[in-house]
Design a binder for this molecule. Structure first.
Ligand code: DX5
Ligand code: ZN
Length: 221
């Protein structure tokens, strides 16, 4: 069983205190920070982007997991890599040159990843698996934090894990949206090993308790 890693989604942080809030998550046991970039076109919301990533990357040692919810992300790979992205995830629904963009991400020394929205079948992304190190399965419609988990993600996680195993590929499966203790356990059972959580961690009185429960659940498997 893979180690379970929690990635707090900064979308649920207080943007006036991003440094303080990322410290709080690091102390609670988070291993990477999830950074949701939205352009108001691919999704109906606008969040933060390159200058904010640059500042935060200088401030914290935690790896930055950049989730690009933007149209034609190939236009910005260099800028996000320069700003300190460690993982760069693109949506297959948003990019016209998926292969070229994934290769570019890898050439820039970042970890290439693809994501699929709840309505996109896993099979649509299978052909890109040899080019990625991570798949991000969306368990809500991208755009906003605090939504309810969509169980349709569970079969998709299992399908990706099965296909990666069949191809002999070492791929992390990340899941994003509506993750708390109960849904977190379900996605671990389905085969996910990186769990993004926004509201469940930032709104918790004791985020370490949430992180520990999910990590220990993974170890017990
Ligand atoms: C949604 C974002 C998520 C979101 C998760 O578009 O990609 O990362 O912030 O927030 P919660 O955990 O509150 O659903
Ligand atoms: Zn995200």
């Amino acid at each position: 069983m893979r180690e379970i890693i929690l990635a707090p989604s900064l979308l649920s942080a207080n943007f006036a205190h991003l440094g303080r809030d990322s410290d709080r998550m690091e102390k609670a046991g988070a291993k990477i920070l999830h950074f949701d970039v939205m352009d108001g076109a691919f999704v109906p919301n606008i969040s933060f982007g390159i200058p904010v990533l640059k500042s935060l990357n200088k401030y914290t040692d935690m790896p930055m997991d950049v989730h690009l919810m933007i149209e034609e992300p190939h236009r910005y790979i260099d800028q996000f890599a320069d700003a300190g992205a460690d993982y760069i995830t693109i949506h297959i629904e948003a990019e016209s040159d998926i292969e070229g963009t994934l290769k570019k991400i890898a050439e820039r020394g970042c970890i290439p990843a693809i994501s699929v929205k709840p309505g996109t079948p896993a099979e649509d992304a299978f052909k890109y698996l040899p080019l990625v190190k991570m798949v991000l399965v969306m368990s809500v419609e991208p755009g906003f934090g605090g939504q309810s988990f969509m169980p349709i993600a569970l079969d998709k996680i299992t399908a990706f894990r099965k296909e990666a195993d069949r191809l002999g590929l070492d791929i992390d499966i990340e899941v994003d949206g509506g993750i708390g203790i109960e849904t977190g356990k379900q996605v671990i059972d389905a085969g996910a090993n990186i769990l993004v959580a926004g509201s469940a961690l930032f709104n918790a009185d004791d985020p370490a308790a949430v992180i520990n429960e999910l990590k220990n659940y993974g170890k017990s498997k």
